[in-house]
Design a protein around this ligand. Structure first.
Ligand code: DGJ
Length: 693
């Protein structure tokens, strides 16, 4: 059915988003929820009235992209400073085009010096809608942008909403909190130059009653790896609006005549079937549309960091590689410590050629040995960083982010190269390009171990505060060029663990180092938080020696088998028996890996909430599933009855299944209704395969 001339409907398989002009010509949201049978079912008008003399109608309007103007005091998406001193932007509708799932709406400022194009793209199969804004200076003088978010969303009115968000810190990432949204503003953000360990640019909002399987959830995520801001505002009029985009803290952008500023895209979705479904939609979309090689199986890797730290050399790495190959590892990654002068964390960053003392014959002998063992070779780099004790810094002390007349705060003895600068980008690109061209490297771990301070940029062509955005663009540019030139390389995003996990970096990185905390009981919770947004194929998980010795290897392996399995322990010290056991687990992982990495994830019992947790992965054709269950610590005297059943999910209700360790064949519906009883003692775990018969 045709849309009304000034209203538009974006439909996905199961959801819909309707917007249009209100009586005063504002672009407002009419609807965001389940797809309705007829186009005429969607509301097509919305009365935005003023209230008393203290607000104009804009205060109540459900504007899609509100700009700072008039008597409205809500959080806007946009604020600019015009050359004549005007700081309002009064947007009116100009025109729109809709082709299938793509909708473009052109807004212009009443003075016609600024145009804002809102782009919407419905990803029907994923039930997601992507949005971004393009701001163009149509005038003759520069305009300064002071806020340019990607989108604002409006929830159905008058409900008690609850916000779910992820937060944490180094080695303690992805804690999930659900909290009521009360009147006022709740802000989540990063001011750190990365998306950060401390908060994630993702949200899920529900009516307070949703769980993994049930209830309405509105959710969204930003594709940006730098400073960002999320605002949930509940007004005195009982309206809840959510905004997400670039952080406006210390943000400024000089937009010259004819130039366009494009905001990063945001993705949003609605589901009536709980948080689990919200995650699965993001997982599918990320695997299919964001990741460059989303359909490639992630290899079992070995990483040297926790075994040898900075003490790497040809002999130590060869010894580890030989043992790793014997266990079935497919990719050997040498971590920090391999490059010029890098004997500790006080020197070397910036000098990206191999250390002549540790590798007198270069990297080639080691790489050839690793390849001869049947494994790919990977390497660690931290391209955005420099130690003051490095040749690079001695030659270019002005290349770091700094205020010229102030002290430069070091963290882990390092400073940040100003990736906003084209000369810095060119230098790093050349060095890494050469490294990849001269060596058979198939995997790069791109690390980033501190956050920004003293954000100066003396030679900035525009406002120095553009640094925050241009830095991230610079990282994308260098990384993107390297990816293009070296398509054989798989990339990992690491920022001291999970400090840079977002939908922006996943266009470049195939997988993420989720946390430096590899203690398995802590890891269970971190992995669960990470899984709210990201698929298991991107979740690199190593088995190391961290944590109490009484944690069984089986438990450690099972925890890491929930993602892209890796090994990071000291294999020489492991001994033959432990290595043989690990080899068995690696073989078992390889059997279930396609289901774990590409299947649908169900969080059956929460590790962040309970000492008895479980996750399940179901193949897309529902032929097979894998269930992993964990018991950390039982505060009570263990008794089988004290442990509740685990209810599998996602099976074909009408098909028959057999489950490892459970007697009989039952329908999928029966298993999901009745559940399975699994008694686990302290620090015991289980992996059950579920197969159609
Ligand atoms: C931080 C990373 O998260 C670790 O895995 C390791 O690569 C170190 N950096 C090396 O310095």
């Amino acid at each position: 059915m045709p849309n009304l001339p000034h209203s538009w409907i974006l439909e996905t398989s199961r959801t819909a988003y309707a917007l249009g002009l209100d009586a005063d010509g504002r672009l407002v949201n009419f609807y965001w929820g389940a797809r309705l049978p007829h186009a005429t079912d969607y509301p097509a008008d919305f009365a935005s009235a003023g209230w008393a003399s203290f607000n104009d109608a804009g205060q109540l309007a459900r504007e899609e992209y509100p700009a700072e103007s008039g008597l409205k005091y809500i959080e806007p998406c946009f604020k600019a400073h015009h050359a004549d001193g005007v700081r309002d932007t009064v947007l009116r509708f100009d025109k729109a085009e809709q082709t299938g799932g793509d909708l473009t709406i052109h807004l212009v400022d009443e003075q016609e010096n600024l145009g804002i194009v809102l782009r919407y793209r419905a990803h029907a199969a994923y039930d997601l809608i992507e949005r971004w804004a393009e701001i163009t200076n149509l005038g003759e003088t520069a305009v300064t942008l002071e806020r340019a978010l990607s989108a604002q969303w409006h929830l159905p009115r008058a409900r008690d909403y609850r916000l779910s968000h992820l937060h944490g810190r180094w080695a303690d990432e992805f804690n999930l909190t659900r909290e009521p949204l009360a009147n006022g503003v709740k802000v989540l953000e990063s001011r750190r130059i990365t998306s950060s360990h401390h908060a994630s640019p993702w949200f899920a909002v529900d009516g307070g009653v949703a769980d993994e399987d049930r209830g309405e959830v509105w959710f969204g995520a930003l594709a940006w790896s730098g400073n960002w801001k999320f605002i949930a505002e509940t007004t005195d009029f009982g309206m809840t609006r959510l905004s997400l985009g670039l952080n406006d803290w210390d943000f400024s952008w000089q937009l010259n005549p004819g130039e366009t500023f494009r905001t990063p895209p945001v993705l949003s979705g609605y589901t009536a079937t709980g948080f689990g479904e919200a995650s699965r939609r993001l997982h599918d979309y990320i695997r299919d549309r964001v990741l460059p090689n989303g359909k490639a199986l992630r290899k079992v890797l070995y990483n040297s960091w926790e075994a040898t730290y900075f003490d790497v050399d040809e002999a130590s790495q060869t010894a580890l590689a030989e043992l790793a190959a014997g266990m079935g590892v497919e990719l050997f990654v040498m971590d920090d410590g391999w490059f010029h002068g890098r004997n500790h964390d006080r020197a070397g960053l910036g000098d990206w050629w191999c250390d002549a003392v540790k590798f007198p014959h270069g990297l080639t002998p080691l790489i050839e040995r690793v390849n001869a063992l049947g494994m790919d070779f990977g390497l660690w780099v931290e391209p955005e960083m420099v130690n003051p004790d490095s040749d690079l810094y001695r030659a270019h002390p002005d290349w770091v982010i700094h205020f010229p007349k102030r002290a430069r705060s070091e963290a882990r003895n390092q400073l940040i190269l100003n990736f906003a600068r084209p000369d810095v980008q060119a230098y790093i690109l050349e060095k890494l390009d050469r490294l990849l061209a001269e060596n058979n490297i198939r995997f790069i771990k791109w690390d980033m171990n501190r956050n920004a301070s003293e954000p100066g940029w003396e030679t900035a062509p525009g406002d120095p505060r553009e640094l925050w955005v241009r830095y991230t663009q610079g990282v994308y540019r260098v990384w993107g060029a390297l990816r293009e030139r070296h398509p054989q390389v798989t990339w990992q995003s690491c920022s001291g663990g999970g400090g840079r996990a977002d939908l922006g970096i996943l266009k470049l990185a195939d997988q993420v180092w989720v946390s430096d905390n590899t203690e398995p009981t802590a890891r269970l919770g971190i992995q669960e938080g990470y899984s709210q947004v990201f698929p298991a194929s991107t979740m690199e998980a190593w088995v190391t020696d961290m944590g109490p010795a009484y944690l069984p290897l089986e438990f450690r392996m099972h925890v890491s088998m929930c993602g892209a399995l890796g090994i990071g322990g000291h294999l020489v010290r492991w001994g033959a028996e432990k290595r043989a056991e690990a080899a068995g687990w690696i073989a078992r992982y390889k059997e279930v890996r396609p289901i774990v990495q590409f299947g649908d994830l169900y969080r059956l019992r929460s590790a962040q909430q309970d000492s008895f947790s479980a996750v399940q992965y179901v193949s897309k054709d529902k032929q097979e599933a894998v269930l992993l269950a964990f018991r950390t610590h039982q505060p009570l005297v263990p008794h089988p009855e004290a442990q509740p059943p685990i209810y599998p999910r996602g099976l074909d209700p009408g098909a028959n299944y057999r489950i490892d360790g459970q007697s009989g064949v039952r329908s999928g519906l029966a298993w999901m209704q009745i559940g399975i009883n699994l008694y686990l003692a302290d620090y015991q775990s289980a992996m059950l395969r579920i197969r159609q018969v």
